[in-house]
Design a protein around this ligand. Structure first.
Ligand code: CTP
Ligand code: MG
Length: 230
């Protein structure tokens, strides 16, 4: 890593996990001997590239304070917000006195515990000299249809379609501005979309397919399988 480059990690972990339909938010479900969130944070810490990790936690969350990582010297907690973008902005705000505008921020979903060091380093090394930044993404292998009311309207050109993953890597100043100016816009479902609306064209970096987001109950078994394989 370049000596002059500072990287921060931001982890939105304040969701309720509605689609998971479990007895607690999905980031606290057990996976391979630890909670999902502990896997995610450990992977970020082990990459050895971040000055600190800023984690957005719901103010009503009773689980976070019980985890040993809650008192880790490199972890800063911030209050989560209503939407994912609000949580990310809150975490960014929590490091405002320490972060410089040109510092890099990697935003990574708490619900993606299978992220590898390899992908973190690939993203950083690909984008380190970029002006804007970019995201890990996956090419689509399926033929993709657009449809309405159960009827196909057409076939999308697969060459132009990518599935957005995290981490998403942007400059601290630019990301904070983009998320602030698009606040409340329901179309902002990841960091890149905020930058796109601001007129930028973030880069695509092809990531590993095992970097899944735990969304539905069956994803937990799949994550368990990937962790064993890695
Ligand atoms: N997240 C957050 N603050 C919110 C909503 C989501 O920090 N207000 C986080 C989640 O904890 C998760 C990540 O953003 O790590 C990706 O969101 P998603 O997979 O949608 O998680 P949930 O919103 O918890 O799940 P669901 O949409 O099924 O309720
Ligand atoms: Mg959600």
């Amino acid at each position: 890593m370049n000596q002059s480059m500072t990287c921060w990690a931001v982890v939105p972990a304040a969701g309720v996990g509605k689609r998971m339909n479990a007895d607690r938010p999905k980031q606290y479900l057990p996976l391979h001997g630890q909670t999902v969130l502990e896997h995610t944070l450990t992977r970020l810490l082990n990459a050895n590239v971040f000055t600190a990790l800023a984690i957005a936690i719901s103010p009503e969350d009773p689980y976070w304070p019980t985890l040993p990582l809650a008192s880790h010297a490199q972890i800063i907690t911030a209050a989560g917000g209503k939407e994912r973008a609000d949580s990310v902005l809150s975490a960014l705000t929590s490091i405002r006195h320490r972060a410089q505008a040109h510092d890099w921020v990697l935003v990574h979903d708490a619900a993606r515990p299978c992220l590898t060091t390899e992908d973190i380093h690939l993203l950083i090394n690909t984008l380190r000299n970029d002006d804007v930044g970019g995201i890990l993404a996956l090419a689509s292998h399926d033929t993709l249809k657009s449809a309405q009311h159960g009827q196909i309207l057409g076939t999308l050109n697969r060459n132009h379609i990518w599935r957005a993953l995290t981490p998403q890597m942007f400059r601290y100043g630019l990301l904070t501005e983009a998320l602030t100016s698009t606040r409340g816009n329901p179309a902002i479902t990841d960091e890149a979309s905020a930058l796109e609306i601001a007129g930028y064209h973030p880069k695509i970096v092809e990531g590993r397919p095992d970097n899944i987001k735990i969304t539905r109950p069956e994803d937990l078994a799949l994550a368990e399988f990937y962790l064993e394989q890695q």
